[in-house]
Design a protein around this ligand. Structure first.
Ligand SMILES: [Zn+2]
Length: 430
């Protein structure tokens, strides 16, 4: 009887049974708070620790701090009451996250997109990116595919080498370590395409003077999952108890599990079971250790979103790096180049001074452990008070990638002027 009733109900509610099992964010709101008192800091810290109905973008740390928090629909009344009781200033940036996610669907190319149709006016599935990489490798003799291992779900970790001269130093570009930051793989494939095809002398200079190693999606399991499971997933997908996923940019051996990382597998910034515990991190670490001298990797760019920042080490300590002044100067060149392209305002500085404390990040690790002197983490569009966060409209992919390319040009020129790429010379003895 129960079975019949269930079947009848299923037939009547056909749309319910055919609804895919994907995460939904109906009426999830985005708040932007301005913290003014120590009491508010405490309240927000407590709220984050006791409830996963609030998704914090960063942590509450101090007064005079802005903080973006995504609030589940069933907590709307609770947060309103808390804001009133604690006199917490805040605005609602967005009333329904799901509407943005739904709108974005029309800007995603089909999974089976042939490489000839690959473009940057849409976002692309992992399969389409891989097919496009294969196609580019088949068309450009100087481009070589590299596979450095496999992800937790056994997807290949793929990148490309674009080497014009063995004497050049190499620039390593790491993209897509955080799954939901779709603008990162999109910008990195755009830049690869420019390096392969541009007639501009400045861009040709990049390939003549530098060798390039580009990994468009270093977290392929997570990236796929943002298309087919949960649009706002950040981590990889390896299970730890009832929760899963390690924040791969907290899993490196740079003060692992220190400030700005969590030892709770249910948190978005879970550092992992141990230092370099994840197959994706292990593969990157092995490749970089082996390749740093072999390929003369002197520059590391890690590409994220959002907040419009150009940051250098350290994230885990306020101690200043030895070439701090140079990294400030190079960062300023990047900011100016971006502003000059489409007028966007980026900010540059040390990670810990610019965004928030974070430990176990890749750019800190390559700087401290491998002595790569030019190491930056980029946070691309949108602005820190953006109301779409990781759902950057697809018509902003090309301008965002164009301004990133300008930043690369300007920063590499400045670092060249400062002597960082002279053969066999090390300006700063790290
Ligand atoms: Zn990120």
């Amino acid at each position: 009887m129960f079975l019949i009733a269930t079947l009848v109900a299923a037939a009547l509610l056909g749309s319910v049974t055919s609804t895919p099992n994907v995460a939904r964010y109906d009426n999830v709101r985005l708040y932007r708070f301005f913290i003014e008192t120590e009491e508010q800091v405490q309240m927000l810290q407590n709220l984050e620790s006791i409830s996963d109905s609030y998704a914090f973008m960063g942590h509450a740390r101090q007064v005079n701090q802005n903080l973006t928090v995504m609030v589940s629909a069933h907590k709307t009344a609770e947060i309103t009451e808390l804001m009133s009781r604690y006199r917490l200033q805040g605005t609602v940036l967005l009333y329904n996250m799901q509407a943005l996610i739904d709108d974005e669907q029309k800007w995603i190319m089909p999974k089976n997109t042939p490489p000839e149709d690959f473009n940057w006016s849409h976002y692309q599935h992992l399969d389409a990116i891989n097919r496009w990489l294969d196609w580019q490798v088949s068309r450009h003799s100087q481009l070589e595919l590299i596979e450095i291992g496999a992800s937790y779900e056994n997807r290949p970790l793929r990148g490309v080498k674009l080497f014009s001269n063995p004497a050049n130093s190499a620039v390593f570009v790491e993209c897509g370590i955080h799954a939901r930051e779709w603008i990162s793989p999109a910008s990195c494939t755009f830049i690869l395409n420019e390096l392969l095809t541009s007639g501009r002398p400045e861009v040709q200079g990049l390939t003549q003077n530098f060798n390039w190693i580009i990994f468009p999606v270093v977290n392929p399991d997570g990236y796929r999952y943002t298309f087919e499971g949960d649009r706002l997933w950040r981590k990889n997908t390896k299970p730890y108890g009832v929760c899963r996923g390690v924040d791969l940019n907290r899993n490196f051996g740079s003060d692992w599990n220190g400030p700005g990382a969590s030892s709770d597998p249910c948190r978005y910034d879970f550092a992992g079971g141990s230092e370099t515990s994840e197959p994706e991190t292990q593969a990157l670490v092995a490749f970089l250790r082996n390749g740093v001298d072999r390929y003369r990797i002197r520059t590391y760019f890690s590409i994220h979103s959002f907040s419009q920042l150009i940051m250098f080490p350290y994230g885990y300590t306020s101690e200043r790096v030895r070439n701090y002044d140079d990294l400030v100067a190079i960062g300023h060149e990047g900011v100016a180049a971006i502003k000059g392209k489409h007028g966007k305002k980026y900010v540059s500085g040390a990670l810990i001074e610019t965004i928030y404390p974070s430990s176990g990040g890749s750019s800190d690790w390559v700087y401290a452990e491998l002595d790569v002197p030019i190491s930056y983490t980029f946070e691309l569009r949108g602005a820190p008070d953006s109301n779409n966060m990781f759902l950057l409209p697809a018509d902003e992919i090309i301008p965002t990638a164009e301004e990133l390319l300008e930043a690369f040009i300007a920063m590499l020129q400045k670092a060249t002027q400062l002597g960082y790429y002279e053969n066999n010379s090390v300006k700063v003895d790290l």
